[in-house]
Design a protein around this ligand. Structure first.
Ligand code: ATP
Ligand code: SF4
Ligand code: MG
Length: 445
């Protein structure tokens, strides 16, 4: 491999307004009426990656991280948006151009066991990309595989073993060697260390950092472990329900997080040395379904810093974080209505203002001031049991009960379990979906 100097100036990948919507199988009536539903796994994401840079993508399970990674690697066709890689438009490439692109964008998968062919030796697995891209054959190929093995800390004697004969960390090294074989410019690393224990995680992360410093590879590093992301990333993008909630330099995101969701994620990092402060917010509940996302701010149904109607009525755009918020990073952007407020307005409406909080809780709000409570929304789930119930678009089961969890001002939750009327149970397809969307995401005063 040729040695490259690390440069962080030129954009290698620019993805704009990327959407990936998966069609949901609906009933015959829905299809007939053209009332199709989609899982909006990625819903308008902009992401940029420079040469030799690592951008971490974090967020809860199901927020669309893998789908984003696979879409920019063109393993999925984007539903909308444009992708530029290495000064070329790659949104619609196919055939030979797509094959060439595969050489430059490689993927490391979360579960090394399921991504390695159990019938092939690891030597054959690592040699395969060299064959596909006509990069080496015969002795030259074998030598190149041995070189790659040494590069990732494996030995020549491992060549003829099968994947099941390795530990998790060794298998991930095989996955990295396979990705490196074609000398890619970008590696999409989808939770590459999540399946490994902590000491092996550190070895793999250090290996990836060393390879990056040597060869100038860029990484899109997908993870839900924030401490790993902090360690390896130059910049971080926080995703929620298929969208970017906040992004900026790693230092800014960790030292000066602005989005309530980012702060809640930070607070989820276990720590033993620090007491929780009143500003510490914890994440409750589960994200809404990406096939029926809430209107307004996608996070409003769980947001502990909910401002008021504007959070429900209007979706916040990604805005540059103002200097008032202590930001020194011009690339730090956040999608939250708090960003549009002046310092005075923020102090006035500060959700952590103890006086305002206790007034909100006791409902003793002086005439003329605006009531801002944490009673934002309920979370409605559908219980499957009957073949004739309503159908959830995100899975193929039918539903007969409705489970509603309501969060009160004090943060306590209450769950009710309500059977649907027989008439509703008998509805399916298009009719059922309309009934469901009118029932879900009811707002609480
Ligand atoms: N092929 C598919 N068809 C339909 N829906 C899909 C498909 N792949 C993903 N989804 C849905 O898209 C959403 C995002 O999935 P994705 O795998 O990208 O999330 P993730 O952030 O990577 O989650 P995790 O951290 O659990 O890996 C989920 O609701 C998922 O169910
Ligand atoms: S826009 Fe409103 S609901 Fe959304 S994160 Fe900001 S305060 Fe919370
Ligand atoms: Mg994933």
């Amino acid at each position: 491999m040729s040695q490259k100097a690390k440069s962080v100036d030129s954009p290698l990948l620019t993805a704009e307004n990327i959407k990936k919507h998966f069609p949901v199988e609906t009933g015959i009536i829905s299809r007939f009426l053209g009332d199709e539903e989609f899982v909006r796994a990625v819903d308008g994401v902009d992401i940029e990656l420079r040469e030799g840079e690592t951008v971490g993508v974090v967020g809860e399970s199901g927020c669309g991280k893998t789908t984003l990674g696979r879409t920019v690697a063109r393993l999925y066709e984007p539903s909308d948006g444009s992708i530029h890689f290495d000064d070329q438009e790659i949104t619609d490439v196919s055939g030979d151009r797509l094959k060439k692109l595969r050489k430059n964008i490689q993927v490391i998968f979360q579960d090394p066991m399921s991504s390695l062919n159990p019938r092939k030796t690891v030597g054959e697995i690592v040699a395969k990309p060299l064959e596909i891209h006509d990069l080496a054959s015969g002795d030259e190929k074998r030598e190149r595989v041995i070189e790659l093995f040494e590069e990732v800390g494996l030995q020549e004697s491992h060549l003829d073993r099968y994947p099941h004969e390795f530990s998790g960390g060794q298998r991930q090294r095989v996955g990295i060697a396979r990705a490196l074989a074609v000398e890619p410019k970008l590696i999409i690393a989808d939770e590459p260390v999540s399946a490994l224990d902590v000491s092996v995680q550190a070895q793999i992360i250090n290996l990836m950092k060393r390879l990056q410093a040597e060869y100038g590879i860029s990484y899109l590093f997908i993870a839900h472990d924030l401490s790993v992301v902090k360690h390896i990333s130059d910049r971080v993008a926080v995703m929620y329900l298929g969208k970017i909630a906040e992004k900026g330099s790693t230092e800014e995101i960790f030292e000066n997080p602005q989005h309530p969701y980012t702060r809640a994620l930070m607070n989820s990092i276990p720590r033993v040395d620090k007491k929780r402060s009143r500003r510490d917010i914890l994440l409750e509940g589960t994200p809404p379904s990406p096939s029926n996302p809430p209107e307004g701010c996608p996070f409003h149904s769980r947001c502990p810093e909910f401002i008021g109607d504007e959070c429900v009525d209007r979706e916040p755009e990604l805005e540059q974080v103002s200097g008032d918020s202590g930001s020194e990073d011009s690339s730090h952007v956040v999608a939250c209505h708090w960003q549009e407020k002046s310092v005075e307005e923020r102090q006035e409406q500060d959700p952590f203002n103890r006086e305002r909080r206790s007034r909100a809780a006791s409902r003793e709000i002086p005439a003329g001031s605006r009531e801002i409570t944490h009673c934002t929304a309920d979370i409605t789930r559908w219980k499957s049991s009957s073949m004739f119930g309503l159908r959830d678009p995100s899975c193929s089961a039918f539903f007969s009960h409705r489970e509603t969890t309501t969060r009160s001002c004090s943060g306590s939750t209450q769950t009710t379990f309500e059977p649907l009327p027989m008439a509703a149970k008998l509805l399916s397809g298009a009719l059922g979906q309309r009934a469901r969307s009118s029932l879900s995401h009811q707002r609480y005063p």
